[in-house]
Design a protein around this ligand. Structure first.
Ligand SMILES: *[C@@H]1O[C@H](CO)[C@@H](O)[C@H](O)[C@H]1NC(C)=O
Ligand SMILES: *[C@@H]1O[C@H](CO)[C@@H](O)[C@H](O)[C@H]1NC(C)=O
Length: 224
């Protein structure tokens, strides 16, 4: 009887630990609309896997990150992101890498990565960086970074980097997703397709409707 109780207790404990660790996998894209007809399904959460026996070194390789990105744009910055679309071997591994180039006074404007924490190191130049914590505090956590400095932008939080030196700057970032996603705040809010009803933005930002119209008719160039 004692042995039976022990077995039941053990089985319950095992079940509890399975239930405690069971969860949905994190989304690897913005959304994944369910369908019933598998013949028309082309995406899973992430990508389909190749037979491991057919994997080649090229599946895990890319070159060219020594080449500076072209910063000749309105922002004066360029992000070169190496994600699962560039290196298929990254599928399911939860990591990616970016090179960011900044012209003098170039800006990587406020944005968030919905699926990744970012860890950035400066190789060249001086960057004023920061992120803002979630509501209600909205604390601004900021730092000026020099070559060799490392800074973390926690997942989902709005952050930016601004080159405050009069030389070019270069940084490299690791991101904790094979597909971190980028939401650039200005473009997402004022440059969406189709446009958000201006009344929403008038009320949100307490702006004159003419200013909202101006902002919505502006081009919102991206740097990635
Ligand atoms: C998919 O199948 C479920 C269960 O049979 C059904 O309730 C649902 O309406 C179907 N959805 C579509 C889009 O066909
Ligand atoms: C950089 O981009 C600008 C603007 O698109 C273009 O005119 C210029 O030729 C590019 N420079 C290089 C080196 O590709």
């Amino acid at each position: 009887m004692k042995g039976f109780h022990f077995l039941v207790a053990f089985a319950l404990l095992a079940l509890a630990s399975i239930l405690a660790s069971a969860s949905d996998p994190g989304p690897l894209q913005d959304f994944c609309v369910a369908i019933n007809d598998t013949r028309t399904g082309v995406f899973v959460n992430g990508k389909f896997c190749k037979d491991p026996k057919l994997a080649k070194p090229e599946d895990f390789f890319i070159s060219g990150l020594n080449v500076p990105g072209n910063t000749s744009n309105q922002l004066g910055s360029k992000v070169t992101l190496i994600n699962v679309d560039k290196i298929p071997g990254l599928n399911t591994l939860g990591i990616s890498l970016a090179r960011v180039d900044y012209a003098p006074y170039g800006l990587n404007p406020p944005h968030t990565h919905p699926r990744a924490t970012e860890i950035l190191t400066v190789v060249e130049g001086i960057l004023y960086v920061g992120f803002v914590t979630s509501n209600p505090d909205n604390r601004f956590i900021t730092k000026v970074l020099y070559p060799g400095d490392v800074f973390v932008f926690p997942v989902g939080l709005i952050h930016f980097q601004f080159n405050i030196g009069n030389t070019n700057a270069v940084a490299f970032s690791g991101l904790s997703s094979q597909n971190p996603g980028i939401i650039t705040i200005g473009k997402a809010v004022f440059g969406s397709e189709p446009a958000i009803n201006p009344d929403v933005l008038v009320k949100t930002f307490r702006l004159d409707k003419n200013i909202v119209n101006q902002l919505q008719s502006r081009l919102w160039p991206l740097n990635n």
